[in-house]
Design a protein around this ligand. Structure first.
Ligand SMILES: [Mn+2]
Length: 281
């Protein structure tokens, strides 16, 4: 099943390529099931983000519509990530990857940096994923991609439950961190300006859905209260997309723990809104 935002069957003419990586082998979470997310998000998009009249089906687009050509590549294995992402970015197409556990982002970012050099990383997450005493899993993404990112022009957003080791690494590498309380205090427009001023030409955005408050996104593998509002995340995502991105991922949706599929539905609409904002790039 294709995501409802796909509007071409011709890979070569596509601007945006959606792909799923249904793999959670590098997760340590007690809550299993993120490998179900690529299927569930596509399914929900076809049920709740489309309207049917007789035999006609049409998608409920974001205001502004979608002018880019969107191709759904289907699902791939973790071991295929490097080859497939390299192929997509070699033609300057924008990959939008649905996980799976967050360590899949490590492999995507490595492939993307081979094409563009060290990238600006905007990392939405409740957790810094900056463990360095262990590697190659969903808690060590930041440390694992250090050679592939430009830390000066990168930022983490939504952080609220760092371990001491991660606090030390954030300081050591001078990584910018924006907490939910920073957004409450300074307002979304000022935070937006700060992020746009910081990021460089080649920006990759990684979204762990647990960045968002569990009230909006209960279906994640490691929920943490006191998170970002759904519209705060959306505002920043659309703004960054408008400036230009080299790729996006949406990770850690865990359908088994969701409430009436609201997290999958939110993920589907976030993908549509980001693609819509690319109209201006
Ligand atoms: Mn994460």
């Amino acid at each position: 099943m294709r995501i409802c935002w796909a509007n071409t069957e011709n890979y070569d003419e596509s601007d945006v390529v959606i792909l799923g990586v249904p793999d959670e082998s590098k997760s340590h979470s007690l809550r299993k099931g993120t490998s179900e997310a690529p299927h569930k998000i596509r399914e929900i998009s076809n049920i709740r983000d489309t309207y049917k009249r007789g035999n006609e089906t049409s998608a409920g687009y974001p205001l502004g519509g979608i002018n880019k050509k969107v191709y759904d590549y289907g699902n791939i294995l973790r071991t295929e990530v490097n080859d497939v992402i390299s192929k997509i970015v070699s033609k300057s197409k924008i990959p939008i990857t649905i996980g799976g556990d967050h360590s899949i982002s490590t492999e995507i970012i490595r492939s993307i940096s081979k094409r563009y050099g060290p990238i600006s990383l905007v990392y939405f997450d409740a957790h810094p994923d900056f463990i360095s005493s262990s590697s190659g899993y969903y808690g060590s993404v930041l440390h694992d991609v250090l050679p592939d990112i430009d830390t000066k022009s990168s930022a983490q957003i939504g952080i609220r439950t760092p371990e001491q080791e991660e606090i030390d690494n954030i300081k050591k590498y001078n990584l910018s961190v924006i907490t939910p309380l920073d957004i409450l205090k300074n307002g979304i427009t000022e935070i937006d300006r700060t992020i746009l001023d910081k990021i460089g030409k080649n920006t990759y955005v990684s979204v762990d859905m647990d960045a968002i408050d569990p009230a909006y996104a209960p279906g994640v593998s490691v929920p943490v209260p006191l998170g970002l509002g759904n519209l705060e995340v959306l505002y920043l995502l659309k703004s960054i997309a408008k400036k230009g991105i080299v790729g996006l991922d949406i990770m850690e949706v865990c359908p088994n723990y969701d409430i009436k599929d609201r997290t999958s539905h939110l993920a589907s609409r976030m993908i549509a809104e980001v693609i819509s904002s690319l109209n201006e790039t």
